[in-house]
Each structure stands twice: as structure tokens, then as C-alpha cells.
Design a protein around this ligand. Structure first.
Ligand code: GFB
Length: 316
């Protein structure tokens, strides 16, 4: 299993996103000098001919597939056709082109929402496809499950070294802070900063506040992605998380404490709660020698500092 060398041709698909941006920062920090990227305006990964032409021209040896159409619970439940089509096409085109052009190794990134809504907790990789999915993000989950199956099928049929990492909910520098399309953590952080600055007394929290969520700082995920690319060559999803979760209510109080918002929380029951819980069993990755390092408090403080220093970019 050839490892990445400093001069290896490494393609990071989705480098402008939360995950791709963290992977790019990590690769540059580790001295990889031949990292290839393309913005979605220059390369539409849903266009098979364009993806084939790109792989033929650039001949990447390693691929981090972090490009995806992503969003929070409201975006997923509002635009299921786009979430399913875009993510299916992106994965099919990149994984197939990686095979056609003899890519040495590809890491496909999915999400914890691939597991059944009411699977036992914590979620083990073996629970995949053992029960119905959560309605609010079923389209996205099916696309991500298909991508795992595609990687494993290329391994079975052609011996391709294509692996799949399943991160839990992610946050950190470069996140999406748009209040409609974003995930809960950046949304609440932005709402509380705005409320504090406006002297508002209340911040709206969607749903009941009772669902539990696990949050992994995105730079830890990037560290795990490089670790997987170097250390793991097995089929099937590999969970990447912290192994601990908290209620949305407790998350909101933690964010208020970091931001210094002292007002009240108003829970809007008209908004969906989504999956009651999706805590990852991270023992497989721990057994291979990797565990997350950043505590939620440290990650919140780093994300808050980044948001204040990069608000224009964060809200662009
Ligand atoms: O982060 P989130 O949008 O996605 O919602 P999921 C998590 C929980 O936070 C839900 C609540 O119970 C929301 O109702 N919440 C409270 C909020 N206030 C807010 C808010 O202001 N904004 C948002 N967005 N949520 C996603 C999937 O599910 O998990 C994605 O939709 C992906 O596809 C991601 O898989 C990892 O955690 O419910």
C-alpha cells in the first residue's frame, strides 16, 4: 500500500468547504507540495465528461473526496432531490474516474446520518442498512450509502484501494453560517453573537432541544482523514467521532457561555428535531490508533474566535 509522498499528486475534491478546507490546511502543514484543487465553477463534479477530462489531465495519485452538497436539517428536508442527485453524481463520477485513471487510493467521506434512525446507540458500522433512515435527511443518506457501496464494489471487482470515512456532526473554521442552510452549531453561534451585539434578550432554538448530537472539530477530522489515507485499506464505513454527545439544549447553553450571551432560549417546536440521537461507536478507529483531541469547549472557543475574525467570509 504505497503511502503519500511529499511530491505525490493529491486531489482534494471540495477544498472550499468545511471538510475540504481543513484537509487542505493539514496537507500544506505537513509539507505535501503537489496538492490539486478545483473550484466548483471551474469543475462541475456532476458532469461526468468534465471529471474524466480533469483526471486525464491531472492524473492524481491520491484523492480526498470531500466535495458534496451538504446542509442542516431544514435544507435537507426542503431540497431532497438536489441532495440525492448532486451527491450521487459527484460520488459516481469521482470514484469511477479514480478507477479509470488508476488512482492509488481514494478516501470517500460520508456522514453519521447513513445509520438507521432508531439503531442502538452508540452506532456501530455493522448497523448500516439494518433499519429505516431518518426522514429529514434520507435523500442525502442514500447518496452517501451508495458511495460507500461503490467504493467497496470497485475494491471487490478491481482491487481498488477506495475507503470510506463516516464523520459525525462537524464544526469549525470555514463552516456555513447561513441561518437557513447551516447545521445547529454555527447557526446558534451566529444567532447568539447577533443577539448579544443587538442587546436582544432571546435566541430561537429549533425543535425541543432534547435530541442528542456529537460534535467533532473539523481539524481533528482532517487529522483522521490523513491517518486513514496512510493506515487503513479496508472496505465498509469507518466511524470518525469523539464518542461523546450532549443535548441541543446543553449545546445552546455552552455556546451562550462561550459567546457571553446571557439572554433566554426560546424553543420553536414547529421546527423538526430530526434523529433523536446518533452517537458514533468510535472503537474501530481507536483500535487502529486514532482518537479525537479537541474538546467541545476548546473547539467552540476556536470557532468563535475564527468567526469574529472572518465574519465577512463566513457570511459570504
Ligand atoms: O445540525 P442539524 O441541522 O442537523 O440539527 P442534524 C441538529 C439539531 O439541532 C436538530 C436543532 O434537532 C435541530 O432542530 N437545532 C436547533 C437547529 N436550533 C437549530 C438551528 O438554528 N439550526 C439548525 N440547523 N438546527 C444533519 C443532516 O442532521 O446532520 C445532514 O441533515 C448531515 O445531512 C449532518 O448528516 C451531519 O444533525 O439533525
Amino acid at each position: 500500500m504505497p503511502a503519500m509522498q511529499p511530491e505525490s499528486r493529491i486531489y482534494v475534491a471540495g477544498h472550499r468547504g468545511l471538510v475540504g478546507g481543513a484537509i487542505l490546511r493539514r496537507l500544506h502543514a505537513e509539507g505535501y507540495t503537489n496538492v490539486i484543487t478545483r473550484g466548483s465553477r471551474d469543475l462541475d463534479l456532476r458532469d461526468q465528461a468534465a471529471v474524466r477530462a480533469f483526471f486525464a489531465a491531472e492524473q492524481p495519485e491520491f484523492v480526498f473526496l470531500a466535495a458534496a452538497k451538504v446542509g442542516g436539517i431544514l435544507a435537507n428536508s426542503t431540497y431532497p432531490a438536489q441532495f440525492l442527485y448532486d451527491n450521487m453524481m459527484i460520488a459516481a463520477n469521482v470514484i469511477n474516474a479514480a478507477h479509470e485513471h488508476g488512482v492509488t487510493k481514494l478516501l470517500n467521506l460520508g456522514s453519521s446520518c447513513i445509520y438507521p434512525r432508531l439503531a442502538p446507540q452508540p452506532l456501530k458500522e455493522d448497523y448500516l442498512l439494518t433499519g429505516p433512515l431518518e426522514d429529514t435527511n434520507r435523500a442525502y443518506a442514500v447518496a452517501k450509502i451508495a458511495a460507500i457501496e461503490l467504493c467497496d464494489s470497485y475494491r471487490t471487482q478491481y482491487g481498488s484501494d477506495f475507503i470510506s470515512g463516516m464523520p459525525t456532526n462537524l464544526y469549525g473554521p470555514g463552516d456555513n453560517f447561513d441561518l437557513k442552510g447551516s447545521h445547529v452549531l454555527p447557526a446558534l453561534l451566529r444567532k447568539m453573537v447577533d443577539a448579544k451585539e443587538a442587546g436582544a434578550k432571546t435566541v430561537e432554538v429549533w425543535g425541543s432541544g432534547t435530541p442528542l448530537r456529537e460534535f467533532l472539530y473539523v481539524d481533528d477530522l482532517a487529522d483522521a482523514c490523513v491517518f486513514l489515507m496512510e493506515q487503513v485499506s479496508e472496505p465498509g464505513p469507518i466511524n470518525i467521532g469523539t464518542g461523546t454527545d450532549l443535548t441541543i439544549r446543553d449545546l445552546a447553553h455552552e455556546i451562550a457561555d462561550v459567546v457571553g450571551f446571557t439572554g433566554d432560549l426560546a424553543f420553536d417546536a414547529s421546527k423538526p428535531d430530526g434523529t433523536p440521537r446518533k452517537l458514533m461507536d468510535v472503537s474501530r478507529l481507536a483500535g487502529l490508533g486514532w482518537t479525537a483531541r479537541t474538546t467541545l469547549r476548546d473547539g467552540l472557543e476556536k470557532t468563535y474566535a475564527w468567526y469574529l475574525a472572518n465574519r465577512e467570509q463566513a457570511l459570504a
